[in-house]
Design a binder for this molecule. Structure first.
Ligand SMILES: *[C@@H]1O[C@H](CO)[C@@H](O)[C@H](O)[C@H]1NC(C)=O
Length: 210
């Protein structure tokens, strides 16, 4: 027999409806085109990162990791439209839309393809300058009430070509020359929170006046 506790359900709804984000101005709550963001892996609080270190396996392209440091300009990514498209600076990003993320310091795009990732047996995620459709990622908002990609909200990034999801895990950590950095790879959707990311600090452009 199931015991229904309506009181608890109401409590849960109430709690999630009242979570406020007090320190962000209304117009900066949406992630907008042209903004440079840091993407936080929620489970580890590490940031999506790249640097001029190539993979020793797989494609040999520039590696992507997740790092603990907050003040690291190698963790800034510019939000751009999908390959062959443009979006206006300040344009909000609808949930379900296709974007590219350009690594600000090295100008390469977050990319994935059919190479194996070094540790977790997923697909490799690299930073690539070739500009092809392997750079396209779909923003999946986990809060179905939201129409746009919101700062601080949990999103998944699904790789458009392979259907796999941007992932990182505290179980897959590199040694030298990048000790303590986590592998970033693309995996099928699992329910362990390893694919939960959110846009937090960064350089945001206010939403355009429509
Ligand atoms: C990951 O996000 C989903 C969707 O918001 C949520 O249900 C789940 O609890 C999150 N997992 C963790 C470990 O935070």
């Amino acid at each position: 027999m199931h015991i229904v506790l309506p009181g608890l359900a109401y409590l849960a709804l109430f709690a999630s409806a009242t979570i406020a984000i007090p320190d962000i101005d209304e117009e900066f709550q949406k992630v907008t085109c042209g903004s440079s963001i840091k993407l936080t892996h929620e489970k580890s609080h590490f940031k999506l990162h790249s640097h001029q270190i190539p993979y020793g396996t797989g494609s040999g392209q520039q590696s992507i990791t997740a790092v603990p440091g907050k003040d690291d300009t190698n963790s800034l990514w510019r939000v751009m439209a999908q390959l062959g498209h443009t979006c206006d600076r300040g344009e909000p990003v609808p949930c379900g839309s296709v974007v590219r993320l350009k690594h600000v310091n090295t100008k390469k795009f977050l990319h994935s393809h059919h190479h194996h990732s070094p540790m977790s047996g997923g697909l490799e995620v690299s930073a690539y300058e070739g500009q092809d459709d392997g750079d396209n990622w779909i923003v999946e908002c986990t809060n179905k009430k939201e129409e746009f990609w919101m700062r601080e909200s949990t999103i998944y990034l699904r790789h458009a070509n392979t259907g796999t999801y941007l992932s990182s895990s505290t179980r897959h950590v590199y040694g030298n020359p990048i000790p303590g950095q986590q592998e970033v790879a693309a995996h099928r959707l699992q329910n362990q929170g390893e694919q939960n990311w959110s846009a937090q600090e960064g350089i945001y452009f206010a939403e355009k006046e429509l």
